[in-house]
Design a protein. Structure first.
Length: 345
């Protein structure tokens, strides 16, 4: 984490852990405000890889699940890096910075994925660097978020993943009331203070909760190579192109789309538990005879207590059984509607 930015946040009340802002003194209250009001969040739980060079576009086009040619100065994109077996190694949001591409992904995966991508460089005119301390990401969410950003940046993008850039930074529209700002460590303090009393500073779990409620998965070290993209709904959130050319795992992903019958999907659920579910935790149902029927993808504290989670589950088990966390005696999952429709099973 950029040390100057970290010092600034601590001076403004941030409680830090593992290179992320955990809260500003009232974690439970911050969650409630996230659900009901307008909040400002430091997004240091994410890092950024910079891919530069005259062959950067073709390099990424040959490796990622989405069509990188659609990323431009006004359009960001969700995508994934997969293994040759079609299993997801990382999920990411991509935007342009001049001729470079910025890949935002969970911070703990930045170095492993940088090394993984570097294995494919060979003689390509491409450079991959970790820009996590260079690019500061801020999140704004809530009814007044657009108002705040309009005063700072002028006209904002109208479409999801639309981008506008000014001298202060770049604004990406994440959802109807959710925005992300990418800026520098030098400009971030002024942008942080600009919302004043309109937006309450909150910790990273609040943004993680918003991501979960939006049905957007983040692959973490515990869940790497566990899922084909469709199992975690990457096809439904626009992170997979079925029209582009080859990339690692493409044949398996395409076969699943056109020839196979998908047996697992990702669902949104709530757990009434005082213990925190973790990515990779197994889920069980009576029909599976002791074998796991699913896995926690992501989880975050919920404003009303307990935890909300994204869970990858056997479709047949979801339709007919009660799902339990860790064992058949564990907390039962209470399913919630995703913000997008699932295809018929």
């Amino acid at each position: 984490m950029n040390p100057n930015w970290q010092t600034f946040l601590i001076q403004h009340g941030a409680v830090m852990a593992a290179n992320a802002t955990r809260h500003f003194g009232d974690a439970a209250g911050e969650l409630r405000t996230t659900a009901e009001g307008t909040v400002l969040c430091d997004l240091s739980q994410f890092g950024t890889l910079r891919v530069s060079g005259e062959e950067a576009q073709s390099f990424l086009q040959n490796l990622l699940s989405n069509d990188i040619r659609e990323v431009n100065a006004t359009r960001a994109q969700l995508s994934s890096l997969n293994s040759p077996k079609g299993r997801v190694l990382a999920t990411m949001m991509i935007r342009r910075d001049g001729d470079d591409y910025l890949l935002q992904l969970p911070r703990e995966l930045c170095e492993p994925i940088r090394k993984k991508l570097s294995m494919y460089v060979l003689r390509a005119r491409v450079k991959i660097s970790d820009a996590s301390d260079e690019v500061i990401a801020l999140g704004l969410s809530g009814e007044h978020a657009q108002e705040v950003l309009s005063e700072l940046f002028g006209e904002l993008p109208q479409l999801p993943l639309g981008v506008i850039c000014t001298g202060q930074g770049c604004v990406t529209k994440i959802g109807a009331t959710r925005w992300q700002v990418g800026t520098t460590a030098e400009q971030a303090p002024a942008l942080w203070q600009a919302p004043g009393r309109i937006a309450q500073p909150v910790g990273s779990p609040c943004w993680d909760w918003l991501e979960i409620r939006s049905g957007i998965p983040a692959i973490l070290p515990q869940t790497q190579e566990q899922f084909v993209p469709q199992m975690v709904n990457l096809d439904l959130v626009g992170a997979v192109s079925f029209k582009k050319g080859c990339y690692p795992g493409q044949e398996i992903v395409a076969r699943m789309q056109y020839l196979g019958k998908l047996k697992r999907r990702m669902y949104l659920a709530h757990l009434d538990s005082t213990d925190a579910p973790q990515p990779g935790d197994e889920l069980f149902s009576a029909d599976m005879e002791g074998q796991p029927s699913g896995m926690i993808v992501n989880a975050a504290p919920a404003p009303s207590g307990g935890y909300d989670a994204l869970a990858e589950i056997q479709i047949a088990s979801r339709e007919t059984q009660t799902l339990h966390w860790k064992s058949l005696q564990g907390a039962a999952l209470q399913f919630l509607p995703l913000p997008y429709p699932l295809p018929p099973s």
